[in-house]
Design a protein. Structure first.
Length: 352
């Protein structure tokens, strides 16, 4: 990591912590730091908080958040935003962190964004999910012109597809989840995957195959060969190249393509951190990276036994908060306090 000369004070926002990434783990990191009396600013390249939950599947149900039997992805983000409101975190959305460098004192960092914002931070927590991401696109002639109109790589408003004829592409969890969710709401639904084996949860695959056997959806093993549009340049169907070499026409008004993401670390790859297959190596005591004072939580990190679950990221954020406190205030004795009994924490939460 480069050593940087301090920026002019007027050019910098002085803060205890900069959190890179405003997804669920980044938001919960604000909460855990706030309970310890530590202020933070969040930076995210997306223009709204919530990370992948808000950007890719806001209506997708989540079932493994403690005490919430089912919770929509956007609902989870909204709940987290309400939870951290007492801590008045600074949000810098639509900005990508381009540079992180250690300052001359060795304990503070200069963090610079694509919008020209500069932070003088005591610690950095990277909660950037899979990093910068773009959906893998349908690579056939005319597809780009239909993006956002008839070809979609995410579901922003599920009601937009009610009563429509749909072709869903892909074999992973997103493709199967939306197939099962939209079945019965769409006027017609076909699912196409390039091969017979699916990557989605076995229960979802079994349910989909059961529904296909009942004739409630049409399952194809093949890929889109070309699009069909009417005289008004409106999508009306697609021609599939099937696994046996034949072709088949599928009528559809919309195509939902779920081919996964291109995970790209972007500038993070140049910050001098120890990496393992595009993930930041951390310890499981402090979730600190190879650079003291820089921590990583959520899908961006890796360690033995790592599980990419939101639940795991919340646990990591809790332990990282105590480690950040120790880094910022090494002479301060730490006490484990509980929100149910601690007057200090209740005051920080605005309850007293």
């Amino acid at each position: 990591m480069p050593d940087l000369a301090p920026a002019a004070p007027a050019a910098s926002i002085v803060t205890e912590v900069v959190i890179v990434g405003a997804g669920p783990c980044g938001l919960f990191q604000v909460f855990e730091l706030g309970l310890l009396g530590i202020k933070a600013h969040l930076v995210d390249a997306l223009k709204v908080p919530g990370g992948q939950c808000a950007e890719l599947y806001p209506d997708k149900p989540i079932y493994d958040i403690p005490a919430l039997p089912v919770c929509g992805a956007q609902e989870l983000v909204d709940r987290l935003l309400r939870q951290i409101k007492p801590f008045a975190a600074g949000f810098h959305l639509g900005e990508e962190v381009l540079e992180v460098g250690r300052q001359a004192d060795g304990r503070r960092f200069r963090v610079a964004t694509s919008a020209g914002t500069v932070f003088d931070a005591g610690a950095v927590v990277i909660a950037g999910g899979v990093g910068a991401f773009q959906p893998r696109r349908l690579m056939v002639e005319g597809a780009e012109a239909q993006e956002g109109r008839s070809i979609h790589y995410r579901v922003r408003r599920v009601e937009d597809f009610h009563g429509r004829s749909l072709l869903i592409l892909g074999g992973g969890d997103s493709a199967l989840d939306w197939t099962l969710d939209l079945l019965g709401k769409a006027s017609g639904l076909s699912l196409a995957h390039r091969r017979a084996a699916f990557r989605a949860a076995p229960a979802s695959v079994a349910r989909m195959q059961e529904l296909a056997a009942q004739g409630r959806l049409v399952l194809h093993h093949g890929t889109v060969e070309r699009l069909e549009v009417d005289d008004g340049d409106t999508l009306c169907g697609a021609v599939l190249k099937l696994a046996d070499g034949s072709s088949e026409h599928v009528a559809c008004e919309h195509i939902l393509a779920f081919f996964g993401l291109h995970p790209k670390l972007g500038p993070i790859a140049n910050w001098g951190l120890g990496l393992d297959k595009k993930a930041i190596r951390v310890d499981t005591e402090k979730f600190e990276s190879s650079e003291p004072g820089i921590f990583a939580v959520g899908d961006i990190n890796t360690y033995p036994g790592k599980k990419k679950l939101i639940l795991s990221g919340f646990h990591e954020a809790a332990l990282a908060a105590f480690a950040v406190q120790a880094w910022l205030y090494p002479d301060k004795k730490q006490f484990l306090q509980y929100t149910t009994t601690s007057p200090i924490m209740q005051k920080r939460l605005g309850l007293s």
